[in-house]
Ligand binder design. Sequence first.
Ligand SMILES: Nc1nc2c(ncn2[C@@H]2O[C@H](COP(=O)(O)OP(=O)(O)OP(=O)(O)O)[C@@H](O)[C@H]2O)c(=O)[nH]1
Ligand SMILES: [Mg+2]
Length: 304
Amino acid sequence: MASTNQSPFYQRAEEEFHKANNDRDRIACLEIMIKECPKHKSSENMLKNLTLRLKKLKGNVVKQKKAGKSGAQGIKKAEVQVVLSGFTNAGKTTIFNLLTGLDSKVSVHPFTTHKSRLGVFRYEGALVQVVDTMSFPNHDKSLVNSTDTLGIVVDDFSQIENSEEYTYRSNAKKIFIFNKIDLLNPFEIRKLEAKLKSKYRKLDFIFFSEKTGKTGLEELKEKIFGSFSIIRIYTKEPKKTASEEAMLLKEGSTFKVAVEKILKGMSLKIKKARVWGPSSKFGGQIIGLSHILKDKDIIEFQTK
Ligand SMILES: Nc1nc2c(ncn2[C@@H]2O[C@H](COP(=O)(O)OP(=O)(O)OP(=O)(O)O)[C@@H](O)[C@H]2O)c(=O)[nH]1
Ligand SMILES: [Mg+2]
């Protein structure tokens, strides 16, 4: 595939295509290349070739799916997922271990992590899946591109911009976890904070250190959870206390969505429902199916 006289977008996609290590990434690149390929007589053949390749690759992916293999090295995505990514030695595995209570290998040597690993943490009744991954440029692209939130762990200012090259195709929310702040003095931290705020106004970042203790870890969990745009809903039976485990729903979900998630078809059988918490005008307010729920609501209902 000659790329002369092609747009920069095409050329970049073609470069990525050759670097890609799985079919899902190749498909994404090819789709860009096809979109960018000029649609005139002289490039007709090229376009045909690209389309053929795309068709073949899509066929492969279907076969892989049938064989039960996911593109992301067998990682089954949970309802909410954060992938820890970044350059080597920034401290991803250290943070992964702190979040999940697991004991993956941490070391001063570069590229210690050579396989993605799954863990979970609980945040106020919700289970969040955490994935520790290989460092750039050996990262699992499909994982980075398909996750909900990328926790980009950095220990140097320059890594923020440098990470862009590996994450620009991802639709995930991005949180920069500025790690190892124990190595900076308070003056340096203030300077860094000012720099981050002025240069990247919309950048979501958090300072962290394995030595910040429990408070820092709780703040990090809160930040990760906040990035998902989901709400936690607890259910209760009359005269009993609410469930400990939360049901996770998209922000803006109605009561109907909640009961349908519990059991398909159940919304047709609701006799009476009440809500306590942020979406209620008063505790125990009677609601209908179209009531919009808010984070940390407690719902109670009777069925016919
Ligand atoms: N001072 C300090 N050192 C840290 C902190 N977090 C991690 N480290 C050290 O940084 C080194 C790399 O940590 P890892 O967690 O293995 O880094 P990684 O990003 O997983 O790196 P690879 O998997 O090897 O690519 C280790 O020597 C850690 O002890 C921190 O908050 N402060
Ligand atoms: Mg690691």
